[in-house]
Write a protein that binds this ligand. Structure first.
Ligand SMILES: [Zn+2]
Length: 307
């Protein structure tokens, strides 16, 4: 019987779910609302029900569910399968892995959403062919994943990759993390939209409105976009000084801007570097399924370790 992995990428608003084959291709996808306001216990029950439903779907299709991979945001203790802290899902020291294993009766893993997304991009997406990859997800916030030889780097406390909280403007715009002047406070999709909305008196403006406006010659949109690009470049120069990767894979909602983001970002990066070697800049290739595919890859790695 062909094998598949049950994979869930749990975000603050929605869960992207899939049955993934061992080669990383997707057999089936579903989406479910997270409804985080119900509290962490209810969210965990939904994860278990959805995972169970996916396993049943696999069997109904003549496939054997052999493992499960779940990705969550925040701080993740991958070794012990604990969702340590996740503000937008409400998790605090939740033993997600043990509960999934108990419910499904197959080995499970718990991963960090951006880190597993980076693993998927490095192995199967836009980072293929590079041994050292930095996946940078720019959306509501900004986070990154360092992937070396196909393996994600999680840090001593499961909290590596918080690139968005590199301070690029000392004493600048307050950030939700408690610091001021973080790269995220200028360069995230949310910050770009908000900044333009304030300056233009255009409530509800989004980052993609700003990039479209900049392309049409709206001077204010151009200024806001350029400020964002410069903050992002400042942060990425620091990242490259630390990691010396071969490629930056740019993903998240802001990457939908395509070359309107990548070209000025790479130019601003190159203007800033002195000793650092420039990496390639590429747009992520797997879209919003990267987290699901990566969670499945992590589960397959775990199965190999067990064998
Ligand atoms: Zn911050």
């Amino acid at each position: 019987m062909s094998r598949v992995v049950v994979a869930l990428d749990v975000g603050g608003t929605g869960m992207k779910c899939a049955l993934v084959r061992p080669d990383g291709t997707v057999h089936h996808t579903e989406r479910h609302p997270t409804l985080a306001e119900r509290g962490p216990d209810a969210v965990l029950e939904t994860i278990l029900d959805v995972a169970d439903g996916l396993a049943a779907k696999a069997r109904a299709d003549g496939l054997e569910p052999v493992a499960a991979g779940v990705a969550v945001p925040g701080v993740v203790d991958e070794e012990n399968g604990l969702a340590v802290w996740s503000s937008n899902v409400g998790f605090r020291d939740v033993p997600v892995r043990a509960r999934v294993e108990e419910r499904l009766g197959v080995p499970a893993v718990l991963g960090h959403d951006v880190r597993v997304g980076g693993i998927a991009e490095a192995r199967l997406g836009a980072g293929q062919g590079h041994r050292h990859v930095l996946f940078v997800a720019i959306g509501t916030g900004i986070a990154a994943a360092l992937v070396v030889g196909g393996a994600g780097y999680s840090g001593a406390h499961g909290a590596a990759g918080e690139l968005g909280h590199i301070v690029v403007r000392r004493g600048g715009t307050p950030c939700l993390c408690g610091q001021q002047g973080c790269m995220e406070a200028y360069g995230s999709a949310k910050s770009i939209g908000r900044r333009y909305a304030e300056l233009a008196g255009a409530p509800g403006a989004t980052a993609l409105d700003v990039v479209t406006g900049a392309g049409r010659g709206d001077a204010l949109a151009r200024t806001v976009w350029q400020e964002a690009v410069e903050a992002l470049a400042d942060g990425l120069v620091t990242a490259q000084a630390l990691f010396d990767v071969g490629v930056f894979v740019i993903g998240g909602g802001l990457a939908e801007a395509g070359d309107a983001l990548l070209h000025p970002l790479e130019d601003a990066f190159r203007e800033r570097i002195t000793f650092q070697r420039p990496p390639r800049f590429v747009r992520a290739g797997l879209g919003d399924e990267a987290g699901c595919i990566g969670a499945a890859l992590l589960a397959l790695d775990h199965l190999e370790d067990l064998a």
